[in-house]
Design a protein. Structure first.
Length: 259
């Protein structure tokens, strides 16, 4: 659902917020909840190291935090059970958004059934076009709009600039025109080491795969451990050769609202 015009920020206001919160992660989250979006701010989590650190911060500033995950049905061991532990520890309800075959989105289910019937369940191994254009990550991106962003004005993510690709230029607060929604990236200027230090210092539960050479974790069939010296995202869609295409469809707004 688009953010109402009355809640939208002017260009200068957005620039001011970005300057103000470039180095103030807690302040950014407080502002988002207490002054700007209230319950309309929600964290989108896939329970990676950045996500669990960010949730720890979010929960500290807002015990009514909204936490949403997009279940692709291809996740590894339920995110290493971290989602369950986090929910048990905090009591925060987790909104698990996923497409239920034949029920909550019949049109999408029909598209997927045809896709799998014609090309197989693991068609993404054929290359980036197959996973982006043939409705694997692309379809999940549409699910984001339909199931995760409904009733949300600003989604909070754990993206970091040093992950590269389009992420290299992200702002702390961004307006996503195709989704008519705000995206807040409080960790934009953090390094992986800083995130890891935060998790250790605050004893935040995390997915143990991160200790086994998985700096980045996605769906099980599309993620492997990296070798020494490899790029941290080399384990994602490892069969693809373009290092600049290691992106999940959720953050490619060009794929938004396809179904
Ligand atoms: S990570 Fe792999 S299985 Fe998961 S949505 Fe993307 S292409 Fe599909």
């Amino acid at each position: 659902m688009p953010v109402p015009v009355s809640k939208r920020l002017g260009v200068q206001e957005l620039a001011d917020l970005n300057e103000r919160f470039e180095s103030a992660c807690d302040g950014c989250l407080r502002h988002a909840v207490n002054e700007r979006f209230g319950a309309g701010a929600a964290q989108m989590s896939s329970f990676r190291l950045e996500d669990v650190a960010l949730f720890d911060m979010f929960w500290r500033v807002n015990q009514q935090a909204r936490l949403v995950t997009l279940d692709t049905w291809r996740l590894r061991d339920g995110n290493g059970n971290v989602d369950t532990v986090m929910v048990q520890d905090t009591g925060c309800p987790l909104h698990n958004a996923r497409i239920e075959a034949g029920t909550n989105w019949p049109r999408a289910c029909g598209v997927w059934q045809r896709m799998v019937g014609e090309h197989g369940f693991n068609l993404f191994y054929r290359g980036p076009g197959w996973r982006l254009d043939c409705l694997c990550t692309g379809g999940r991106s549409s699910s984001l709009e339909r199931f995760c962003l409904a009733g949300i004005d600003a989604w909070i993510t754990g993206l970091r600039r040093d992950q590269g690709m389009e992420r290299g230029n992200i702002g702390i607060v961004e307006w996503e025109e195709p989704r008519a929604n705000y995206k807040i990236n409080p960790l934009a200027n953090w390094t992986f080491e800083e995130v890891r230090n935060y998790v250790e210092e605050h004893a935040v539960p995390y997915n143990e795969l991160h200790d086994k050479n998985y700096p980045s974790i996605g769906c099980a069939p599309c993620t492997r451990a990296i070798e020494s010296g490899e790029d941290p995202r080399a384990g994602r869609w490892w069969w693809e050769s373009d290092p600049n295409a290691k992106e999940c469809g959720l953050h490619l707004v060009a794929l938004a609202a396809r179904l």
